[in-house]
Design a protein around this ligand. Structure first.
Ligand SMILES: [Zn+2]
Length: 306
C-alpha cells in the first residue's frame, strides 16, 4: 500500500481500468480521482470515467447524465469503458435525452395544465428518441444498468406515458377526448407487447354515460364526473323502462350519482356527523368533570374520617 503513493498517474489509471472491468466502480473512482490530481496524458479520460461511474452508482439521478453529457461533448475520440466501445458524441446525445426524460417524469402537479404540459413534453422527447437514436440500442442504459431498449422502443414507452398524462389532464373538462388520448396510449402499450388493461379500463370508464339518479342530468366519465353510491334498488324499480332507474351497476348494489350531487350529499353528511361528534364530546367532557368532582368529594370525606 505504501508503494502506491509513488505510483504515477498513468499507473493509477491502468489499475482503475482493471477495476472497472471487474465492476469495482467505487475503488476505480478513487484511482481516477488521483489520476486527475496528478495530471498526465490519461487525466482527461479519467475525468470522463469518473462521471460515468457516478452515473452507474446513482443511476436514477438525471443530474448525473446531464453532467456526463457535458463532459462527453468536450471530446470526439472514441474510448472503452470496461468492455464497451464508446462513441462520446453518441453517448452524450443519449445522456441528454435520458436526463430530459427523467426530469419530465419528476414533474409534479395534478392540475389539468400541469398534466398537459408533462404529457406534451413526454411526446416531444419521444420524437427525439425516434429521430436521434432510432433503431440503435441505447448504450447508456446498458452501461448504468437500467432497462435496455432501442430508441424506437423507448419512444413507445414515453409516448404511452405522454398520452396517459394528457388524458389525466383532459378528463376533468372533456372525458371523451381523454378516452381518445388513452386509445393512443393503449396502441403504444400493445406494440410493446403489454396488455394495456389499465388504459382499457379507463377508456371504458371515461366513455360511459349515465343519468344521475338524484338530479336526472346526463353525465359521462365514471369515477370522475359520476360515481356509484351505495344503495338498494328494489326489484320493482329495476323492472321499469325509466332510464334513470336503470342508472345503476349491474348488481344494483349502488346507484350512479353525478359528482355535484355526490359531493353535496357527502359534504352535508360530514357536517352533520361533525355536529353530532362535537355534541358527544361536550357531553363526555361534562361527564368527566362531574366524575372528577365526585372523586374529589369522596377523597375529602375519607380524609376527614381518618
Ligand atoms: Zn345529480
Amino acid at each position: 500500500m505504501v508503494l502506491s503513493v509513488f505510483k504515477s498517474g498513468d499507473e493509477l489509471f491502468d489499475q482503475g481500468v482493471d477495476l472497472v472491468k471487474r465492476k469495482e466502480f467505487a475503488k476505480a473512482r478513487r484511482n481516477f480521482e488521483k489520476t486527475v490530481e496528478k495530471g498526465g496524458k490519461a487525466a482527461a479520460l479519467a475525468g470522463i470515467y469518473i462521471d460515468i461511474i457516478d452515473a452507474c452508482l446513482d443511476n436514477n439521478n438525471p443530474a448525473r447524465y446531464a453532467k456526463l453529457a457535458s463532459t462527453l461533448e468536450r471530446t470526439n475520440d472514441p474510448f472503452e469503458f470496461g468492455l464497451t466501445e464508446i462513441n462520446p458524441r453518441k453517448l452524450a446525445v443519449e445522456c441528454r435525452l435520458l436526463a430530459e426524460r427523467m426530469n419530465i417524469g419528476r414533474m409534479q402537479g395534478s392540475t389539468a395544465q400541469a398534466l398537459e404540459e408533462k404529457g406534451n413534453r413526454f411526446l416531444d422527447v419521444a420524437r427525439k428518441y425516434q429521430s436521434q437514436i432510432g433503431n440503435d440500442t441505447i448504450q447508456i442504459n446498458e452501461i448504468v444498468g437500467i432497462q435496455v431498449n432501442t430508441g424506437i422502443k423507448e419512444a413507445l414507452y414515453i409516448q404511452a406515458w405522454g398520452y396517459e398524462s394528457l388524458a389525466a389532464g383532459a378528463v376533468l373538462s372533456d372525458p371523451k377526448k381523454a378516452a381518445e388520448l388513452l386509445q393512443n396510449a393503449y396502441t403504444c402499450r400493445k406494440q410493446l407487447g403489454e396488455d394495456g388493461q389499465k388504459d382499457l379500463n379507463l377508456i371504458k370508464a371515461y366513455s360511459k354515460s349515465v343519468k344521475c339518479w338524484i338530479c336526472g342530468r346526463p353525465s359521462t366519465g365514471e369515477g370522475v364526473h359520476f360515481l356509484p353510491m351505495s344503495s338498494e334498488v328494489t326489484p320493482l324499480m329495476r323492472g321499469t323502462d325509466d332510464d334513470i332507474l336503470k342508472s345503476a351497476p349491474e348488481d344494483y348494489s349502488s346507484i350512479y350519482v353525478c359528482k355535484p350531487c355526490y359531493t353535496s350529499i357527502s359534504r352535508r353528511s360530514d357536517e352533520i356527523a361533525k355536529q353530532y361528534h362535537n355534541l358527544a364530546m361536550q357531553e363526555m367532557r361534562a361527564m368527566e368533570a362531574r366524575l372528577q368532582a365526585e372523586i374529589r368529594s369522596v377523597a375529602a370525606m375519607s380524609a376527614i374520617r381518618r
